[in-house]
Design a binder for this molecule. Structure first.
Ligand code: XBP
Ligand code: MG
Length: 252
């Protein structure tokens, strides 16, 4: 019997390219509104993505002298405003799903594969993306929405994946993770999961040594062929990532 019973999806960078024009833009809006001079430009933000979690990212920037010091309560309040701005940007429909995401989600759902979310993002930011980019029916279709501060240690710690697995009652050997970053891949790997990585502009230079499959996109049958950047399972000639490929990776 096929091993694949569950797919756990990362959100930022995997479901959609939310970081540059979503999260980064929303942080800058919150900084401006609060009268702070700091702005995170595209390349600065790329470096800051080494730290997962928006509040943790701000603390990191403060500690390296990028922003004035402030107590946790101020960081949390600024971050709450950032999340509201992010929700508005998402509601405007500015950030589409990445290619192949809806196709694979729908095919897996139709085949009875358990689907879940495993992300460091704030739950209300995740809700906005589900509502406006995926569709409200997906609130019911995901078996678990594991997000944000629900676990104390964010990615690359395995905690959010372990939490999602426990909530769904599924074992790692029956589950595949979909990620876009090295922190995400390390988190999934540390939780004992096989992992397919779809890179983006911020993560294409990351180290994914040991990841099962690294591709430029999930892709579509009628689109251009995806670039296979790393492959451990004889999938180097694929045109786009299909459910059968994910099944083959788990069975291998
Ligand atoms: C995503 C993150 C998040 C977002 C911002 O990582 O690191 O911090 O950048 O979200 P991953 P919040 O895709 O690995 O989950 O500001 O809501 O924390
Ligand atoms: Mg990600």
């Amino acid at each position: 019997m096929a091993k694949l019973k569950c797919i756990l999806w990362d959100v930022d960078g995997t479901l959609a390219d939310t970081e540059r024009d979503g999260h980064r833009a929303a942080f800058n809006m919150a900084f401006e509104e609060a009268g702070l001079e700091r702005r995170w430009d595209v390349s600065t933000y790329g470096a800051l993505l080494a730290v997962t979690g928006g509040k943790e990212r701000m603390r990191f920037d403060i500690d390296r002298g990028g922003m004035p010091d402030m107590p946790y309560e101020t960081i949390a309040a600024l971050h709450a405003r950032k999340t509201i701005h992010y929700q508005s940007l998402i509601a405007e429909g500015r950030i589409p799903l990445r290619s192949g995401v809806r196709r694979l989600l729908e095919e897996a759902f139709a085949q009875g594969i358990t689907l879940g979310i495993s992300t460091t993002t704030t739950p209300t930011a995740l809700d906005a993306l589900i509502e406006h980019s995926l569709g409200r029916e997906w609130f019911e279709r995901f078996a678990v929405l594991a997000a944000g501060d629900i676990v104390p240690a964010k990615k690359p710690a395995p905690d959010i994946y372990l939490y999602a697995l426990e909530q769904m009652g599924v074992s790692p050997e029956h589950t595949l993770a979909l990620e876009d970053s090295s922190n995400g891949w390390r988190s999934a790997h540390a939780a004992g999961l096989k992992c397919v990585v779809t890179v983006n502009g911020y993560t294409s230079g990351h180290d994914f040594t040991g990841a099962d499959l690294v591709v430029s996109e999930l892709g579509e049958s009628d689109g251009k062929a995806v670039e296979v950047l790393q492959d451990l399972h004889g999938l180097s000639a694929i045109h786009h990532v299909e459910l059968a490929h994910l099944q083959a990776i788990l069975d291998d």
